[in-house]
Design a protein around this ligand. Structure first.
Ligand SMILES: Cc1ncc(COP(=O)(O)O)c(C=O)c1O
Length: 458
C-alpha cells in the first residue's frame, strides 16, 4: 500500500500552466490592487482560489454534455437530474439554478422578510449577503470548538444547539423564517457536521415550527467524514448517510460546483408544496423555466452524472486523503494550519503565521499576496476582509475570531507534485514571515467586499 493518496483516475486531457518570475508577479499584483481576484488565471501557477466550479469533469460527464437536450421545456436531462436529486436527497421538489447563490436568492426572496433572522452554524459569504439583501439578519451559532483553530475534534462544524434554542426563544419563532446548517462548514475551515448535530438542529427548529434547510454544497464530503469519524456509520454506504442527513431537513440549497463535480450549476430542493409554487414563480423571473433554471440541458446532464460520481466512495477516500496529505506535509514543515484539515481545503492559521500584523492591517490578505509573489500560488483570504463589519450600535469594526487563508483544492485537477510545490512555497514564506507587511484599503464596497476591494501596503 502506498503511504500517499494515489489518484483513482488517469489523465486524458491536459491544460498547460506556466511559471512567471517573482518580479513579474509583484508587478501583476500591484496592478491588481493586491487582490488576487483581479489577477488573470493565466498568471497563476497553482490555483487554489476555490474548489468551486474548478473540478475536472470525467469522460462520462463530457459524454453526457453531448447528450444535452436543449428544449426550452421538459428536456430529458432535467428528468435525469430530478432522479439523481430525489434519490440522493429524498426531497419531493427541486428546481435547477445556475449556481448555489441563485438557489439562496430564490429561497430567501420567498421566505425572509426585513428584520427577520436566519440562524446557521456559519453562513457562507453569499448566504450571508443574500440574507442581508432581503433586509434579514444572518446569525452564526457555531459550537465553540469550531472557533478553536488548534483543537482536534471530529465535528468542528457543529451548531451550538443550546444557543440555537436560546436564540429562538429570545428572538421569537415568528421572526425566524428558517434555520440552516452549512455542510461542511466552509467559512469555519471546511469542518464537518455530525449526524447527531444535524438531527438535533432539525429537532430544535421543528419544535418551534421553523423550517430547516441544509446548505449542502459539500454534503458528500460531510457524509464521508461521518463514515470515517462516527463508528456508528463506519459500515454504512455514503449514499445512505447522505440520505439520512437530508431526512432531518425540509430542503437544501446546493452549489453543484462542489460535490457534483461540475463547472456550473446548482439547485434548490424542498418538500413544501406551497413554497415550491412560490419558488417556481420566483425562478421564472430570475433564472428561467423550472425544467432548466438558468442552465443548458448539457449542464443539467453533467450535474446529474456528477452527483453520482461525487458520492463514489473510492473517489471520496482519495479526495479526503489528498487534502489531508497537503495538511500533514505543512504541519511537518511547521507551518501553522487550522487542525484537523477540512475536506476541500487546508486553511493557514494567519494569527499564528503573521502574529506581528494586527487584524486592522488585514494579515490574511497580506498572506495571500505573499504566497502569490513567492510561488504563483493563489489562495483566498477568509478573515477580516471577508467578514469584519461595523457594529451597528458603536460603529466600531468587529473582527472575526478566525483569520485564515484558504488553500482550496480543485477536484481531480492537481497531483501530489503540485501539492508538494505548494508546501515548499509555504515553508519558504514561513521562514521569511517577518518581512511580510500589512495592507490597507484603497477601495471597499459594502457587500461581498473581498471580490472587488483594492489595497496598498501599509
Ligand atoms: C458553503 C457555500 N455555500 C454557498 C456557496 C455559493 O455557491 P455558488 O458559488 O455556486 O454560488 C458556496 C460557494 O463557494 C459555499 O461554499
Amino acid at each position: 500500500m502506498a503511504k500517499f493518496p494515489v489518484e483513482p483516475f488517469k489523465i486524458k486531457v491536459v491544460e498547460p500552466i506556466r511559471q512567471t518570475s517573482a518580479e513579474e508577479r509583484a508587478e501583476i499584483l500591484r496592478r491588481a490592487g493586491y487582490n488576487l481576484f483581479a489577477v488573470r488565471a493565466e498568471d497563476v501557477y497553482v490555483d487554489l482560489l476555490t474548489d468551486s466550479g474548478t473540478s475536472a469533469m470525467s469522460d462520462r460527464q463530457w459524454a453526457g454534455v453531448m447528450r444535452g437536450d436543449e428544449a426550452y421545456a421538459g428536456c430529458r436531462n432535467f428528468f435525469n437530474l430530478e432522479e439523481a436529486v430525489q434519490t440522493i436527497t429524498g426531497f419531493r421538489h427541486f428546481v435547477p439554478t445556475h449556481q448555489g447563490r441563485a438557489a439562496e436568492n430564490v429561497l430567501f426572496t420567498c421566505t425572509v422578510a426585513p428584520g427577520q433572522s436566519v440562524p446557521s452554524n456559519m453562513h457562507f459569504d453569499t448566504t450571508q449577503a443574500n440574507v442581508l439583501a432581503r433586509g434579514g439578519h444572518p446569525v452564526n451559532l457555531i459550537a465553540l470548538a469550531g472557533l478553536d483553530p488548534t483543537l482536534h475534534a471530529p465535528f468542528k462544524g457543529d451548531m451550538d444547539v443550546a444557543r440555537l434554542e436560546a436564540f429562538i426563544q429570545e428572538t421569537g419563532p415568528e421572526n425566524i423564517p428558517l434555520g440552516m446548517l452549512t455542510v461542511t462548514n466552509n467559512s469555519g475551515g471546511g469542518q464537518p457536521v455530525s449526524m447527531a448535530n444535524i438531527r438535533a438542529t432539525g429537532e430544535a427548529l421543528h419544535k418551534y415550527g421553523i423550517p430547516f434547510f441544509l446548505d449542502a454544497c459539500r454534503y458528500a464530503e460531510n457524509a464521508y467524514f461521518i463514515k470515517l469519524r462516527d463508528p456508528d456509520y463506519a459500515e454504512t454506504p455514503v449514499l445512505e448517510i447522505a440520505r439520512e442527513m437530508f431526512s432531518y431537513a425540509d430542503g437544501c440549497t446546493m452549489s453543484a460546483k462542489k460535490d457534483a463535480l461540475v463547472n456550473i450549476g446548482g439547485f434548490l430542493a424542498l418538500h413544501d408544496e406551497a413554497l415550491y409554487q412560490r419558488v417556481c414563480q420566483e425562478l421564472i423571473i430570475r433564472e428561467g423555466f423550472p425544467t432548466y433554471g438558468g442552465l443548458a440541458g448539457r449542464d443539467l446532464e453533467a450535474v446529474a452524472r456528477g452527483l453520482w460520481e461525487g458520492l463514489d466512495e473510492g473517489y471520496l477516500a482519495y479526495r479526503i486523503a489528498h487534502t489531508r496529505y497537503l495538511a500533514d506535509r505543512l504541519v511537518e514543515e511547521g507551518v501553522p494550519i487550522l487542525e484537523p484539515p477540512g475536506g476541500h481545503a487546508v486553511y493557514l492559521n494567519v494569527k499564528r503565521f503573521l502574529p506581528h500584523i494586527p487584524q486592522s492591517e488585514l494579515p490574511g490578505q497580506a498572506l495571500t499576496c505573499a504566497l502569490y509573489v513567492e510561488g504563483g500560488v493563489r489562495g483566498v483570504e477568509i478573515g477580516s476582509v471577508m467578514f469584519a463589519h461595523e457594529d451597528a450600535a458603536t460603529g466600531e469594526t468587529v473582527y472575526p475570531d478566525l483569520e485564515l487563508v484558504r488553500l482550496a483544492i480543485p477536484r481531480r485537477v492537481y497531483t501530489q507534485a503540485h501539492l508538494d510545490y505548494v508546501v515548499e512555497t509555504c515553508r519558504t514564506l514561513y521562514e521569511r514571515r517577518e518581512e511580510i507587511l500589512g495592507l490597507r484599503y484603497t477601495y471597499a464596497p459594502r457587500l461581498l467586499r473581498h471580490f472587488t476591494a483594492r489595497f496598498e501596503p501599509v
